[in-house]
Design a protein around this ligand. Structure first.
Ligand SMILES: [Zn+2]
Length: 439
């Protein structure tokens, strides 16, 4: 898979620690040490930049097949590379749905052909995300795509019997059910978080309990059948408490938080800008503090983007008619740095854990999220934490402009991304295979 080009990363700081030099050759980390050199390698002067394992996203919407006007596997994975990701898990709510071996193999193959980041398709739990009967979970697991994560994301598997069967079924191939926790009856017509702001604006509310009730039920189901459960985009203080309780009982549950739930609140709905309309909704400052604390103490295992590109037609309309979702691949690392590293709550080694190692482990991706060590696959990202940049979605690689950070400045910047030793990003810009790299 490697092009044969070698890279010598001089003066880089693995996990933000001591500076060293890292040689990438033949798709792997070939040598590490202050005196490493190679006359044939392209030299990158690291200037003390932070070197991390390539990021792994457990929750991306690539929209292909079906909504190529909003994103394609090619544009979405190029955005991923620019955000420092070397692997992404593609959610199943495509058209057709990723609920058969044929569709997941197609998505997997298109990811390989695009070459920007490895694409691991997520399989639907139920046929057509209809919540009525289980999809062909075993066939998807045995396909070339080797699906290990199953989700009806966008919709909740709300039938407890179906959820139980799915949890039991995936044990056969070490899979995991990733639940979008939303009690449907409690959220009918919901437009934003139910609270003071929704009451003032007169918008139908999405109460915290609609998320917490499903998480509580599902951790008990997971315990009952002895399966593992993953909770998508946890967003409330109460959800953090439930996960903390479940882990203290030894229940095999993992949880993710999105970058936007780490930094934005429901106060943003006051401007009626549908860019800030998302599911689950932006919550209160108290919830933001709780998810930050949960991520810092390990109750929340990972950060996942829930990158949800939407066309202008689906977003530039009145709040009630607009689609739920925001983009996130190209800003996720900056938001984590700003909210968790710059505030002293996480180290860079912790960032490697929550954005690479643990998501790879949950998704059973063998060759990503690996240690920075000789012989390991050269899936890496080089980060400059010292710069601040203003976010302009019109200059991003994603096809859609619905970033909640438009015009806002954020910490840090991805300088280079390597996928099996090949640079997908250099000098902060994406590079095609045929790019002429400076000597
Ligand atoms: Zn979701």
């Amino acid at each position: 898979m490697s092009t044969g080009r070698k890279y010598l990363l001089r003066n880089v700081a693995p996990y933000g620690g001591d500076r060293t030099t890292v040689l990438l050759a033949d798709g792997v980390i070939a040598a590490i040490g202050p005196d490493v050199s190679d006359d044939d390698a392209t030299i990158i002067d690291g200037r003390g930049l932070v070197l991390l394992p390539g990021l792994v996203d457990l929750h991306t919407h690539l929209r292909e097949p079906g909504r190529e006007d909003a994103e394609t596997i090619r544009t979405g994975t190029r955005a991923a590379a620019l955000g420092g990701f070397t692997a992404v898990h593609a959610m199943a709510n495509t058209t057709p749905t990723q609920d058969t071996a044929g569709v997941v193999e197609q998505v997997w193959r298109l990811g390989r052909e695009a070459g920007w980041a490895d694409v691991h398709p997520i399989g639907a739990v139920t046929v057509g995300l209809e919540g009525e009967r289980l999809a062909e979970l075993g066939a998807m697991a045995e396909s070339k795509a080797q699906v290990r994560v199953f989700s009806d994301d966008g919709k909740c598997v709300h039938d407890p019997v179906l959820m139980r069967r799915a949890l039991e079924y995936v044990k056969a191939f070490d899979g995991v059910v990733a639940q979008h926790a939303q009690e449907p009856r409690l959220t009918e017509g919901a437009q934003m978080h139910e609270g003071v702001v929704s009451a003032e604006l007169g918008l139908a509310g999405w109460p915290a309990v609609a998320e917490e009730a499903i998480i509580a039920r599902d951790v008990l189901l997971a315990e009952h059948v002895g399966s593992r459960l993953h909770v998508c985009h946890l967003s409330t203080a109460g959800s953090v408490e439930i996960i903390r309780w479940a882990k203290s009982r030894g229940i095999d549950v993992t949880a993710e938080v999105t970058p936007h739930h780490l930094i934005l609140t429901d106060e943003l709905a006051r401007g009626y800008d549908p860019t800030f309309k998302v599911n689950p909704p932006l919550r209160t400052q108290r919830d933001v503090e709780a998810v930050r604390a949960g991520l810092a103490d390990g109750t929340i295992d990972i950060v996942a983007t829930d990158h949800a590109p939407h066309t202008r037609e689906d977003k530039d309309c009145e709040w009630g008619a607009a689609a739920f979702g925001m983009t996130g691949l190209e800003t996720a690392l900056s938001v984590v740095q700003e909210t968790m590293v710059d505030t002293g709550r996480l180290t860079w080694a912790d960032v490697a854990r929550v954005l690479s190692e643990t998501p790879a482990r949950i998704g059973r991706v063998a060759d990503h999220g690996r240690p920075i060590a000789v012989g390991e696959p050269a899936n890496l990202v080089l980060v400059d934490p010292a710069v601040r940049r203003v976010i302009n979605p019109d200059e991003q690689a994603t096809k859609s402009g619905n970033s909640p950070f438009r015009g806002r400045d954020l910490s840090g910047c991805v300088i280079a991304t390597f996928l099996r030793g090949r640079a997908t990003v250099l000098d902060g810009a994406s590079c095609d295979e045929d790019v002429v790299v400076r000597a």
